[in-house]
Design a protein around this ligand. Structure first.
Ligand code: S3P
Length: 439
């Protein structure tokens, strides 16, 4: 059984995308680490975040759902050895951030994940954590991959660390461990990555230093700071909004309004690129829980200009390259994406999966070690292919968006992973007029 997205005449409507995945993980986790009761609204209730909520419960916090997106978390200011293995499912963010959060307590935890997560590199967080005093042992066949056992320590040493890759997960993991370490922990980011951890830790009462350094920034945290419970409203997810924006940009008669798009410079790279490809109106600027947001309005654009993302924007749109590639396929001219090697170690090898997605639908595309080159079809993508989702929610959603405007329908072999980040995807697309069904 596959899922088939067929061409429709236009995409129209007003949508508020679900809560941001990065902020949702952090809101639950930081509230669980704090002492006291925190109230969270707008939480994303996708599988990845529910796993983080369950992990926090296993470590001793009380985590309760009070209504749609409304959660109350009671933390006791620390974590204890859980009775059972923590299973992070598909979630790289949940697993890597929680390893840092658990690191500063005297506990022993078995950690596991699904097939995709078990293939993803964990040495990027385990190396700095071991320098700080964490002990790990492998439970599976491959070193520094899940499943593994992590033993934390209340005697962690602060480190001064330059991550070898631009990764907010690595930065966040080290800062969370640093919160309970002795001394000042410093992370030197060669390229600035999403800064939700820094912003939200401040919201939970911690002091986090941040100064520019080279092309990136230097972030520091003093050990021994206790987080204070608080209230947090999760802004809408720009990574989910990207699918809706793309659908409207591709459909000539569209009229779309997206409420609550984050303007955080470390997250809005896709929107910035999309604004160079077509006319997009950004209206009604305001703020929610420390994040600037706007309403995005798109009205029947006619054609897309091809643009090449500069290297410094890559971290700010790292999750949006599959859907950006779909826009590139419909654009007028060649699009060259480089400097994006990190895509090789996402939920799938996203360079390979993206290239295959376009190729089976008749688009000329070249695979590079650190990106891809797409020859735009100026609005006329043949379609007709069956896309392998490769256990990757963002590949599945990108392919289904492509089908709304390609000449022939586009099929996807598996859509189950969409639930990890965007449980309302099918309902929202139906509301906008898309024709997606099982076949
Ligand atoms: C995330 C950081 C990014 C991103 C992921 C969410 C986060 O990963 O791809 O979806 O919430 O910190 P990396 O830090 O590995 O680039």
């Amino acid at each position: 059984m596959v899922w088939i997205s067929s061409p429709v005449s236009s995409i129209s409507g007003d949508i508020t995308p679900p809560g941001d995945k990065s902020c949702s993980h952090r809101a639950v986790l930081f509230a669980a680490m704090a002492d006291g009761v925190s109230h969270i609204t707008g939480l994303l209730e996708g599988d990845d975040v529910l796993r983080t909520a369950e992990a926090c419960r296993q470590l001793g916090a009380k985590v309760e759902r009070k209504g749609a997106g409304r959660w109350v978390v009671s933390g006791s200011g620390g974590f204890a050895t859980p009775p059972e293995t923590i299973d992070f499912g598909n979630s790289g963010t949940g697993s890597r951030l929680m390893m840092g959060a658990m690191a500063g307590y005297n506990l022993r935890v078995s950690l596991a994940g699904d097939q995709s997560l078990s293939g993803r590199p964990m040495d990027r967080v385990l190396n700095p954590l071991r320098e700080m005093g964490v002990v790990t042992s492998d439970l599976g066949p491959e070193a520094d991959k899940l499943p593994l056992v992590l033993c934390g320590s209340s005697q962690l040493k602060a480190i001064d660390y330059t991550p070898p890759v631009a990764s907010a997960q690595v930065k966040s993991c080290i800062l969370l461990a640093g919160l309970n370490a002795q001394g000042t922990t410093i992370v030197r980011e060669p390229h600035t990555t999403r800064d939700h951890t820094e912003r939200m830790l401040r919201g939970f009462g911690a002091e986090v230093g941040c100064t520019p350094g080279g092309d990136g920034q230097i972030v520091s945290i003093e050990g021994g700071q206790a987080l204070k419970a608080g209230d947090f409203t999760v802004p809408a997810d720009p990574s989910s909004a990207a699918f809706l924006i793309a659908a409207a940009l591709l459909s000539p008669g569209s009229k779309l309004s997206i409420d609550g798009h984050m303007m955080n410079e470390t997250r809005n790279g896709f929107l910035r690129m999309a604004c160079q490809m077509a006319d997009i109106d950004l209206a009604d600027p305001r703020e929610v829980s420390g994040e600037d947001i706007v309403t995005v309005r798109i009205s029947g654009p006619d054609g897309l200009r091809a643009v090449n993302p500069p290297h410094d924007i890559v971290p700010a749109m790292i999750d949006e390259f599959p859907i950006f590639a779909v826009l590139a396929a419909f654009a007028d001219g060649e699009t060259r994406v480089t400097g994006a090697k990190e895509l090789r170690v996402k939920e799938s090898d996203r360079i390979k999966a993206t290239v295959k997605m376009l190729r089976v639908n008749g688009v000329e595309v070249e695979e590079l070690e650190d990106g891809f080159v797409v020859q735009g079809c100026a609005g006329k993508v043949p379609g007709g292919g069956i896309v392998e989702a490769c256990h990757d929610h963002r590949i599945a959603m990108s392919a289904l968006i492509m089908g709304t405007v390609s000449q022939k329908p586009v099929a996807v072999d598996d859509v189950s992973m969409i639930n990890t980040s965007y449980p309302e995807f099918f309902a929202h697309l139906a509301q906008l007029g898309a024709d997606i069904r099982e076949g």
